[in-house]
Design a protein around this ligand. Structure first.
Ligand SMILES: C[S@@+](CC[C@H](N)C(=O)[O-])C[C@H]1O[C@@H](n2cnc3c(N)ncnc32)[C@H](O)[C@@H]1O
Length: 235
């Protein structure tokens, strides 16, 4: 569908001043051993990745939605959503000065907040049509051993879903979690998968999609008309 409904990455790219991003990087230098994935000043790279995310959800052709991105990082996903007319809000912990600077540069509104286990998500305002979280890390809890993490289990995830779905999503809203692969290629433990299944999640590779109510199986691709808030489901 990306092929039959092309969008010009070059036009999007032309809206971003690379020299301004380079200046931000000079101000906040990257560690020499930092991988490519952390080169947040590389607009070409991040626009390509995030345009694909936008197109995978048909956000390039949907009527305006209210979109919240959890762990929004440098904000390129929401920046592109904004170009397509969506009303966007990011949420991230305020620990990375380069993220803060790029988000401000891109004009993406951000709520500075930590997502904590068994703590309701901070107040994010009116409910959203779509809540996303790409390459999430907030489910990793540091342990006493440096570099060793414990991940949220079914209890923490149940609390999160019970909080976010009725309060932060509109009735037809969707929640998309996109997981980083673990060293063994899996994304989460079996008991977490079973919980997600029991909640009606739809799975696609690293992505898990939830509707606003338990047991409701949403679609990845939805076109939403602007005036009424009903979604048009696309087969
Ligand atoms: C791997 S980065 C992904 C950034 C962006 N979503 C992307 O795909 O490019 C993970 C993001 O989650 C944020 N994060 C990690 N733990 C968090 C927490 N407990 N609460 C809020 N944000 C958190 C980090 O600051 C970072 O921006």
């Amino acid at each position: 569908m990306r092929w039959t409904h092309p969008v010009s990455a070059a036009k999007i790219r032309a809206t971003v001043d690379q020299s301004a991003l380079d200046k931000l990087r000079e101000k906040y230098p990257r560690r020499p051993d930092s991988p490519k994935i952390n080169q947040f000043e590389d607009a070409d790279y991040w626009i390509k990745i995030n345009l694909k995310r936008v197109q995978d959800l048909w956000l390039d052709r949907s009527s305006p939605m209210r979109i919240l991105d959890l762990g929004c990082g440098s904000g390129f996903f929401l920046y592109i959503c904004k170009l397509f007319g969506h009303d966007v809000t990011g949420l991230d912990r305020d620990t990375n000065p380069m993220f803060r600077a790029i988000v401000e540069f891109l004009g993406v509104p951000r709520i500075d907040s930590d997502i904590e286990p068994y703590v309701p998500l901070s107040n994010v305002g009116a409910p959203f049509d779509l809540v996303t979280a790409y390459r999430i890390c907030f489910q990793r809890i540091p342990t006493e051993n440096k570099g060793v993490w414990r991940e949220w289990g079914p209890g923490e995830w149940q609390f999160f879903l019970n909080d976010v779905r009725p309060r932060v999503l509109r009735p037809q809203g969707r929640l998309l979690l996109d997981f980083n692969p673990r060293d063994d290629g899996t994304y989460f433990d079996l008991d977490v998968r079973e919980l997600f299944e029991s909640e009606g999640a739809r799975f696609f590779r690293s992505k898990v999609l939830f509707g606003s109510r338990r047991g409701e199986q949403p679609k990845f691709k939805i076109l939403k008309p602007a005036d009424n808030r009903e979604s048009v489901l696309v087969p």
